[in-house]
Design a binder for this molecule. Structure first.
Ligand SMILES: Cc1cc2nc3c(=O)[nH]c(=O)nc-3n(C[C@H](O)[C@H](O)[C@H](O)COP(=O)(O)O)c2cc1C
Length: 186
């Protein structure tokens, strides 16, 4: 389907979507860093910038990441995704108190990098379907960081590379009307 906006938003927001088929094209260091640079400028509470990124690109790193990805996602991630970004957030303020906004702010960083990637002609696909405990264990992530989301990054590929049932779902999805999101509980 083609996405349609009811109000005149920038095409940037409509063009980003999350395919599962990636091409063999590698993501250069320059491109990867440009995408992460966009995340760097996301807003955050007290400008704490709680986001942290663990990147996987080499064959060895990709194999390590696939150990903690859920089987339902490995059917499309294995031998397909050329780069992963594991999004973490530091849960604490510099004074050691809990930062209640760490996840909110890391979410802003994810959106920034996803839109920058899309503008550069790449695609991203966030995944919650992985074991955060296993990721913490194999990557030796300290407790102060919350493991939030895994992000697949690369160039879009041919959907014929996917298992049949995923080929049928390989298209942008829609959204409920805005009127259903603007609420009042009075
Ligand atoms: C936090 C998060 C977790 C997600 N987890 C998965 C996942 O495990 N597997 C998957 O195929 N897609 C996953 N998705 C992709 C969503 O299903 C997708 O973003 C949503 O349907 C909207 O589609 P769009 O990104 O193409 O606009 C996840 C997205 C987010 C933001």
């Amino acid at each position: 389907m083609t996405r349609h906006a009811d109000y005149p938003i920038d095409s940037l927001y409509l063009n980003r979507w999350s395919p599962r088929a990636f091409s063999d094209k590698k993501v250069s260091r320059e491109t990867l860093y440009t995408i992460l640079e966009a995340a760097r400028f996301a807003p955050s509470a007290s400008n704490i910038q709680p986001w942290r990124f663990i990147v996987a690109q080499t064959e060895e790193e990709l194999a390590t990441f696939s150990e903690f990805i859920a089987p339902g996602n490995r059917v499309w991630t294995d031998n397909n995704v050329p780069a992963f970004i594991l999004l973490l957030a530091d849960k604490y303020r510099p004074n050691g108190e809990l930062n209640p906004y760490y996840a909110f702010d890391a979410g802003a960083a994810w959106q920034s990098l996803a839109l920058q990637a899309s503008q550069l002609g790449l695609v991203t696909h966030a995944l919650g379907g992985f074991s955060k405990d296993k990721a913490r264990e194999v990557l030796q992530i300290p407790d102060q960081y919350e493991v939030l989301t895994l992000i697949a990054l690369g160039y879009q590929g041919d959907k014929n590379r996917l298992p049949k049932e995923l080929q049928e779902r390989e298209a942008p999805n829609d959204r409920r009307p805005l009127s259903e999101s603007i609420v009042s509980f009075k």
